[in-house]
Design a protein around this ligand. Structure first.
Ligand SMILES: C/C(=C\COP(=O)(O)O)CCC[C@H](C)CCC[C@H](C)CCCC(C)C
Ligand SMILES: Nc1ccn([C@@H]2O[C@H](COP(=O)(O)OP(=O)(O)O)[C@@H](O)[C@H]2O)c(=O)n1
Length: 395
């Protein structure tokens, strides 16, 4: 398959030399039929990628050149999905024709599809020191490191508040603003090599998939919050850092819902999905900033339909979430080689920005409604953001 430009080219370029050998290389993967390798050669204007078995024999069901003509008629999202399915199952998948696309557009969509089958450039497996490590061990180690960091992070903010460097509420909101993005920042580090053969139907493979393994981090937080919230586990640090009043049952609401949302975003959407990035940004950065900015600058500008909230808070939420989502997406695509957008017309940074702004504005509006007594904004805000993102991005 010839790819003229786009994320796959960048992803391949970003592979360390030991893996890509700059112009020719071999990337290992696993599909529904067993272990396969991808050979590629890189030239200034195109990448040639073919599927072969590890022993060098042509893969029985290679990606066909004919796919290039399919994608001319496919929306990039539909094509990406079909290409993945075709790659995994070997079955030819037909896509309903929706709109005419150029060959180049289609090639860029194919590039994104291929991206998802390659190890992200940012995967820890690409570190020379871990080059021979098992992907499962790398992912497991990353989960443990994230849990330790998460514990220390919350403890740090408790300490900063105890030393009166931050006021208690500000410290709690800084935990709210930072923990989700820090968790998100670990996603590109996970090795894809583990458990990618979910299509083979093996439960062990499915459980080893990085998208499942990463959920252990919020799952651990959920269990911990539930134990502290019900009084089974004493933890003064966490209680002081994430509750308003020190009442332990508070942990069973906002902080617990927040952790559940992180689990849903990772487990359902994962790193190739713009929905995960935008919803994470709205829930963590946007909702957190609304409070921090609103309390300081919102006194004289209450909202007409909710006098407890302000224009300052809602505008800060919209802009903070929007800029956060742009930053996440840009880093994921440019530094990590993850295909959030394909670069094709209708699927680039500009389209992402327009859609993200619409999603952030709607979420800020919902956050401002006087419905907090009925539904916690750690539920209403991400649910609306996810719904809007699915509507706008379709994935
Ligand atoms: C204070 C929090 C929510 C309360 O919201 P609100 O009621 O004020 O609207 C956030 C609670 C965060 C939670 C205790 C920790 C979550 C950890 C996360 C799953 C993993 C983070 C890992 C990272 C590396 C720090
Ligand atoms: N859109 C918003 C949201 C919050 N805020 C300010 O932040 C405070 C706390 O907001 P909130 O009740 O939504 O707080 P949480 O439930 O998110 O902790 C409000 O009392 C306002 O002073 C604002 O001014 N504008």
């Amino acid at each position: 398959m010839l790819i003229h430009s786009g994320p796959a080219l960048r992803a391949l370029r970003a592979l360390p030399r030991s893996r890509s050998r700059s112009r020719h290389g071999h990337v290992h993967g696993h599909d529904g039929h067993g272990h396969v390798g991808k050979s590629f050669s890189l030239s200034p204007c195109h990448v040639h990628v073919s599927c072969r078995d590890d022993d060098g024999a042509a893969h029985p069901r290679p990606i066909r050149r004919r796919m290039l003509s399919w994608k001319c008629f496919a929306l990039p999202g539909a094509f990406r999905h079909a290409a993945q399915q075709q790659q995994q199952t070997g079955r030819r998948i037909r896509i309903k024709r929706r709109s005419r696309r150029s060959q180049k557009t289609a090639a860029a969509a194919a590039a994104a599809a291929l991206d998802t089958s390659l190890e992200p450039a940012s995967s820890l497996l690409n570190l020379p020191i871990l080059a021979n490590a098992s992907p499962v061990a790398v992912n497991g180690g990353l989960v443990v490191a994230t849990l330790v960091l998460s514990y220390l992070w919350v403890k740090l903010f408790d300490l900063l508040a105890s030393k009166e460097i931050f006021e208690r509420n500000t410290s709690r909101k800084l935990v709210h603003i930072t923990t989700g993005p820090l968790f998100l920042a670990t996603w590109p580090l996970y090795a894809k090599g583990a458990g990618v053969a979910v299509a083979s139907g093996s439960l062990a493979d499915a459980l080893l998939h990085p998208q499942v393994i990463v959920c252990l981090v919020p799952a651990f937080s959920i269990i911990r919050l539930a134990l502290i919230g019900t009084g089974v586990l004493p933890s003064k640090n966490t209680l002081r850092a994430v509750s308003r009043s020190g009442d332990r049952t508070e942990l069973l609401r906002g902080p617990l819902f927040y952790s559940v949302c992180l689990a849903v975003l990772a487990g359902v959407f994962w790193r190739e999905s713009p929905t995960a990035l935008v919803a994470m940004s709205v829930l963590c950065i946007g909702d957190g900033l609304a409070d921090v900015v609103g309390r300081r600058l919102g006194k004289g500008n209450p909202l007409p339909f909710n006098r407890n909230k302000s224009y300052a808070g809602s505008i800060a939420m919209m802009l903070g979430a929007f800029l956060g989502s742009l930053a996440f997406a840009y880093v994921f695509v440019e530094a990590c080689g993850i295909g959030i957008w394909t670069g094709a017309p209708g699927d680039g940074i500009l389209d992402f920005a327009v859609k993200s702004l619409a999603i952030c504005a709607t979420s800020a509006l919902v956050e401002a409604l006087p419905i907090n007594a009925i539904i916690d904004d750690n539920i209403s805000v991400p649910v609306v953001a996810i719904f809007m993102s699915r509507l706008c991005f379709g994935r």
